[in-house]
Design a protein around this ligand. Structure first.
Ligand SMILES: Cc1ncc(COP(=O)(O)O)c(C=O)c1O
Length: 453
């Protein structure tokens, strides 16, 4: 048996505590038990096998993919076992842990800039395509559009669940990243005529009808960079397979991810939290005899310094166990003045205080600007700087770097210590969104018990 034979046939684990009071059974498909640590081992293996069979990947060839995530790890593992080179392109925002995991399997990692539109030649997918074309023996796995990705789940994940539940499954719930899992497993289960397929999607993701603005759960949903001309959905996602989508907030996903660890002993990633929130909503309306299967793509080990870290939660403004001392939220915040990035001096409200700072936010199609995430912000404009400027002057002319974000339930002393001392204003995050502005002197006064000057 090789390590690749250990891919698939993952257990189905019944959830017992977070499901208290529900008539339906809820079972979790533990995909984090695959040898590479995630559901993506299945797609990676199927894509490599298909390319070997078609002759696109030859002995001694080079497997190329653009991803910071689990597919890269699966491909790196397979490359190591089968004697290929692996070249993985990752955005510069990828965690050190993920890059180190890829290197541990012997993959070569190419780092490119993140947060650029898909059309940009520096975009991860563009760099990967170029490297695959330029490298002798190069083959691009291309999980977003490779039919072997949903094919893997049609051939394995779906049938396993059908068998493991003794054909009793009534509902299947999974997140949608490339769409491979839900499209493949969903297609198999739907064909039985008795299973409802439910997608679990971050609230802002466009799959479920969101506006594509940033969110905090990694690896699922579909984010759209504001400068994107034409949004393209992966060919691995077959929306017609999905009966309905449940939209889940970051806060709900993160809270559920933590509850799973503490109440069920299941340490999973945040996309599992999203899917379980959706599964519990589905189960709520069901009668005894119904059986919900929810898919858990990866382990929480990869996110210990994020969703499981109380400091991270507090810095992003998500609920966390209480911290000592006065908190950022203990000083009154002023409402942020939010303006579109293309606003001009003419767009400034008539009456503003001399100290007002406007926050310039990337526009979203058809969405009024509200509660932006730090990733939406391009800069801050002290209105004093605009005095006397011509009405059609773009506000970007006066833009300074974005105000440093601090969490509403972060200790004031920590917020002060980790933000540059020369920034007089800080953006307060609640559930990861900018909800107010506080001044540094007011925080300092709070920590020293002196009235603010
Ligand atoms: C952690 C995690 N969750 C969910 C998904 C989504 O799976 P799929 O791409 O099959 O839709 C992925 C895929 O990259 C993932 O890595």
């Amino acid at each position: 048996m090789s390590v690749l034979d250990a891919i698939g046939d993952t257990p189905l684990i019944r959830l017992t505590r977070i499901t208290a009071g529900l008539a339906a059974e809820v079972h979790l498909k533990a995909e984090f038990l695959n040898p590479g640590g995630s559901v993506k081992d299945r797609a990676a293996l199927a894509m490599v096998q298909a390319a070997e069979e078609s002759g696109e990947l030859l002995p001694g060839g080079v497997i190329v993919e653009g991803t910071s995530g689990n597919t890269g790890i699966g491909l790196a593992m397979i490359a190591a076992q089968r004697g290929y080179r692996a070249l993985v392109v990752v955005p510069d925002k990828s965690s050190e842990e993920k890059i180190k995991t890829l290197r541990a399997y012997g993959a070569e990692v190419v780092i490119t800039v993140g947060g650029v539109p898909r059309e940009d030649p520096r975009h991860v997918s563009q760099v990967a395509a170029r490297l695959a074309a330029e490298t002798p023996g190069g083959w691009l796995a291309g999980q977003y559009d490779n039919p072997a990705n949903p094919g893997a789940h049609l051939a394995t994940t779906g049938p396993e669940i059908w068998r493991q539940t003794g054909r009793r499954i009534t509902h299947f719930v999974a997140g949608i990243g490339t769409g491979g899992t839900i499209s493949g497993a969903g297609a198999f289960l739907r064909k039985t005529g008795t299973v409802t397929i439910v997608g679990a999607d971050p609230e802002n993701s466009v799959y479920g009808g969101g506006d594509g603005s940033p969110y905090y759960v990694e690896s699922i949903g579909h984010y759209v960079h504001p400068a994107t001309d034409q949004d393209v959905w992966p060919q691995s996602y077959h929306p017609q397979v999905v009966d309905r989508i449940e939209r889940v907030s970051d806060r709900e996903s993160i809270e559920m991810t933590r509850r799973l660890a503490r109440e069920e002993g299941i340490l999973a990633g945040a996309s599992t939290g999203t899917a379980v929130v959706a599964a519990l909503r589905v189960a709520q309306g069901l009668h005894p005899g119904s059986l919900v299967v929810v898919l858990a793509p990866d382990s929480g080990r990869a996110y210990l310094s994020k969703y499981f870290d109380d400091g991270w939660l507090r810095r992003a403004g998500f609920p966390a166990p209480p911290a000592p001392g006065p908190l950022v939220g203990d000083v009154p915040a002023t409402a942020p003045l939010l303006l579109a990035a293309d606003a001009t001096v003419r767009d400034l409200p008539a009456r503003t205080g001399p100290d007002t700072v406007a926050i310039l936010v990337l526009p979203r199609r058809g969405r009024p600007i509200s509660d932006p995430a730090p990733g939406d912000v391009i800069g801050a404009v002290p209105l004093a700087a605009t005095a006397g400027a011509a009405p059609d002057t773009p506000l970007t002319t006066f833009a300074q770097p974005p105000l440093p974000p601090v969490g509403i339930n972060e200790p004031a002393i920590e917020a002060l210590a980790r933000t540059p001392p020369d920034t007089t204003r800080l953006a307060v995050l609640t559930d990861g969104r900018i909800t107010g502005i506080v001044t540094r002197p007011s925080l300092t006064a709070l920590t020293s018990n002196e009235p603010a000057s």
